[in-house]
Design a protein around this ligand. Structure first.
Ligand SMILES: CC(=O)SCCNC(=O)CCNC(=O)[C@H](O)C(C)(C)COP(=O)(O)OP(=O)(O)OC[C@H]1O[C@@H](n2cnc3c(N)ncnc32)[C@H](O)[C@@H]1OP(=O)(O)O
Length: 421
């Protein structure tokens, strides 16, 4: 029987081999370019980058980094963001992911992170570790000629203006705009400098020779404040009868006012030649379809789980968000994975009010018993307790408790994480 692969953190000389394993797991051409290695070398925290090594070959990858996740009400909570998870096909289903995850989550809890986050490649992987789908996304395809929008539109009529700008202008205005955006949207995560460099091509061409420059547009309100950013690409498709049939695809559209959101969508649907708009991943309750005079012109093409959350510290997670109405609830959280007690396990009394909440361990009888994954699905307002109870995933001890939980936890707008990480 060959020795089990050794799981440990990385040293810099092993990075190229680690990236090769990463590309292998994601079915990308395996050998990284020197630029890709150099870029990651400059941005990685090796103490949070794990690999599994069989003899001298890296056969599994796992990385985490610090992140700020916006809770309901706008507070940023420290999150352990998990990414780059792969196990090579030669070593699958031997527990390598489980071992790397267990080690990372233990460190995150120790560090004081409130939650762990990830974007799951496939639904069945992470529930077993206490992650729950916490913010879904939806994509629409807009049939532009059917939207009912005025085809003679030539810009916002609200005093604002739209400007095409270059990547340098986006790197200047984008981060501050995004800070305002994420402070008002639960489910959003922070973006570092590297995010803006990648989005604007400062490092893109070196990392990926097929990278092409997108179009960037800023919306400024009448007083000059930047309130929205749109980044999009377009193809070059023409029909047989010399009719333009171009598709514009959104890379990023963030706005801090409905006026900016409305103007940016209207702008994109007004670009000459563009007959189809692909929206990219939006909030499931995005304003978009209803911004169009004919909402059916926006055909839903995707609705899927996106951001997954794992609560590591129940007290701080519940105290960090706001609640629409006052109320109290005793929750029993059943949390076990890999045969051990998980960090969310316990019985908690939540005393919630619109201006804050208090959560303490309690011995009182629970109103609801739920798993860590279900707690995550409720925490950002994504899921309904009544629905989880109907599915048998929440045990209801008090007949009013599911309704109370929904009154407390649900939010007027759906959570949304526009980013992939
Ligand atoms: C945040 C991100 O980076 S998402 C990207 C995740 N990576 C990928 O999808 C790339 C392709 N897939 C892979 O690399 C691997 O299959 C991984 C990482 C998903 C799983 O790694 P493994 O080492 O095989 O997982 P491990 O052996 O620890 O499995 C633990 C349990 O999860 C189950 N499991 C693991 N992966 C899957 C899956 N894709 N679908 C269903 N069940 C799964 C296993 O069957 C096992 O179940 P058991 O305990 O009941 O026996």
């Amino acid at each position: 029987m060959p020795a089990a692969p050794e799981i440990r953190t990385l040293t810099e000389p092993e990075l190229a081999d680690w990236i090769r394993a990463l590309y292998t797991g994601f079915l990308r051409p395996p050998t990284p370019t020197p630029a890709a290695v150099a870029h990651r070398a400059a941005t990685f925290d090796y103490s949070r980058t794990r690999g599994a090594f069989d003899a001298d070959r890296c056969v599994a990858t796992f990385r985490s980094f610090p992140q700020q996740l916006t809770a309901v009400g706008g507070a940023a909570v420290p999150a352990d963001a998990i990414s780059n998870v792969t196990v090579s096909p030669t070593h699958r289903r031997r527990g390598l992911l489980s071992a790397m995850m267990t080690a990372d989550l233990a460190e995150a809890r120790e560090r004081g992170d409130v939650v762990a986050t990830l974007i799951a490649s496939e639904y069945p992987i992470y529930g077993r570790f206490g992650f729950g789908p916490a913010a879904a996304v939806a994509d629409w395809e807009i049939d532009v000629p059917r939207t009912g929008l005025d085809p003679r539109w030539s810009g916002p009529d609200d005093g604002g203006r739209i400007d095409l700008v270059d990547g340098a202008a986006v790197r200047k205005a984008g981060p501050e705009l995004h800070e305002r955006f994420r402070a008002r949207g639960h489910g959003a995560v922070d973006r570092d400098d590297r995010w803006w460099q990648l989005a604007t091509g400062q490092v893109g061409p070196a990392l990926d020779p097929s990278w092409t420059e997108p179009f960037h547009v800023l919306y400024r309100a009448a007083d000059g404040t930047v309130e929205g950013l749109l980044t999009y690409r377009a193809d070059d498709t023409w029909g047989d009868a010399k009719l333009p049939m171009n598709t514009a695809t959104v890379d990023d559209l963030i706005a801090v006012t409905p006026a900016a959101e409305r103007a940016l969508w209207h702008y994109l649907c007004s670009v000459d030649f563009v007959t189809t708009v692909r929206t990219g991943h939006r909030a499931t309750d995005d304003l978009l379809p209803l911004l169009l005079p004919n909402p059916r012109a926006a055909r839903p093409v995707t609705r899927a789980d996106w951001l997954w959350v794992r609560v590591l510290d129940v007290v701080r997670a519940l105290e960090s968000r706001t609640y629409a109405v006052p109320g109290s609830l005793v929750l029993e959280i059943a949390d076990e994975y890999g045969g051990r007690r998980g960090p969310a396990a316990g019985r908690y009394l939540l005393d919630a009010a619109p201006d804050g909440a208090r959560c303490v361990a309690t011995t009182r009888s629970p109103a609801l018993t739920l798993g860590a994954a279900e707690l995550a699905a409720l925490w950002l307002g994504e899921e309904s307790a009544a629905r989880l109870a109907a599915l048998g995933r929440i045990t209801v001890h008090d007949p009013h408790a599911a309704a109370t939980a929904d009154a407390l936890f649900r939010t007027g707008r759906a959570p949304w994480c526009p980013d992939v990480f």
